[in-house]
Design a protein around this ligand. Structure first.
Ligand code: GAL
Length: 359
């Protein structure tokens, strides 16, 4: 397999060569087209299953503009275009539903002005208010604003109304996600204190704000790109280390109580080769989607960023399963509890297993 053969020749510590190989491997990942034949623009995204329309909706950053750098040392960026939405019934063919939260062209003071940063949008449905609620990372060009933004809509396909941004509990907040639990309670997870730790906070009942409760988790671990999921009463999370657009080694975490403490299980990546496993298959986590017909089986969704041309960043979706014993020592030195193993399996090509839909 071309990607693996190329990768094994390269020592992971040699970053100049690694960057080159990332570029070469990147070219080996196919572009994913929507039903109109256009490239899917849904980076840093997440998926909502909508019971009313019986469809999946994929929301993500539309990065279909030129990549540039403001400072030679700063992150490569694309001006805000907005949040794109795609719908699907089979998770394979995606219909573009448009830009459901557009960027702002003229008002430079607006959070969504094109000169700012809008990343990692995630949408959940509120059963009480019947509203679709979107949370996202809002920032300025230099990532110093470090806030979360909130938008709402009566329909999954928008248009979403942007409400406001704020710093949760007064803390800086960069990569983030939201998670809706089985009991209808929802939570915000955000990287804070200059990405050195994560914070978790319950949302208010209407999902439009956070409550006063907050717990610091994975303190001094420098984790970001959180993707939270649940199986048989245990909560799981995949995170990445903080290395900008460059890929790094993922970690899986677990807890019985969503507010923590969370324990670290190790690198969930299985198969491929060492290079692919220490780079999360050259990608960074963004979301984990449960497959309703196959309990314990999920789709791990990740971004294969292309920093020199961000609009050409690709998507890595792989099967994730929970089961078996962990093969790396857990944090917890007494040996208990032993968490089930979280595995993300490398495949160059794969199909959704039969029966993934709920029977
Ligand atoms: C990453 C983060 C991305 C984006 C990028 C900018 O660490 O996960 O969402 O913010 O940095 O360099």
């Amino acid at each position: 397999m071309a990607v693996s053969i190329l990768a094994t020749c390269l020592p992971p510590e040699n970053w100049k060569r690694l960057r080159k190989s990332i570029f070469t491997c990147h070219l080996l990942t196919r572009v994913w087209l929507d039903t109109d034949g256009n490239t899917i623009q849904a980076h840093g995204g997440g998926i909502l299953y909508d019971h009313k329309t019986a469809k999946y909706y994929w929301y993500g950053e539309n990065k279909d503009g030129p990549t540039y750098q403001i400072h030679p040392e700063g992150a490569q960026r694309v001006d805000i275009i907005g949040v794109s939405c795609y719908s699907s019934e089979d998770l394979w063919s995606w219909t573009h539903e448009g830009i459901v939260l557009p960027g702002e062209r003229t008002n430079i003071t607006h959070d969504l002005h094109k000169s700012k940063v809008l990343e990692r949008p995630k949408v959940i449905y509120n059963d009480r208010t019947k509203q679709y609620v979107m949370w996202m990372h809002i920032d300025d060009t230099n990532y110093t604003r470090a806030s979360v933004g909130v938008a709402v809509s009566n329909s999954p396909t928008g248009t979403f109304t942007y409400l406001y941004s704020f710093r949760p509990h007064g803390f800086d907040s960069r990569d983030m996600t939201i998670f809706k639990d089985d009991d209808g309670k929802a939570y915000l997870f955000y990287s804070s204190r200059v990405n050195s730790e994560l914070h978790v906070s319950p949302l208010t009942e209407d999902y439009l704000n956070i409550t006063s409760a907050m717990r610091r988790i994975l303190v001094r671990r420098f984790r970001e790109a959180p993707a939270v999921f649940k199986f048989q009463g245990t909560y799981y999370m995949i995170t990445s280390r903080c290395s900008g657009w460059a890929p790094n080694r993922a970690l899986a975490h677990a807890t019985h109580s969503i507010m923590g403490p969370w324990e670290t299980l190790g690198n969930p990546c299985v198969g491929g080769n060492q290079f692919l496993r220490v780079t999360t298959f050259l990608s960074q986590s963004t979301f984990v989607l449960p497959l309703p017909g196959l309990p314990g089986t999920f789709i791990f969704m990740a971004d294969r960023w292309n920093p020199s041309n961000l609009r050409d960043s690709r998507y890595v979706w792989l099967p994730l399963s929970i089961g078996g014993l962990a093969d790396e020592p857990v944090d917890y030195s007494f040996g208990f509890p032993l968490w089930p193993k979280v595995s993300i399996y490398w495949h160059r090509k794969w199909r959704l297993p039969e029966g993934w839909r709920k029977r």
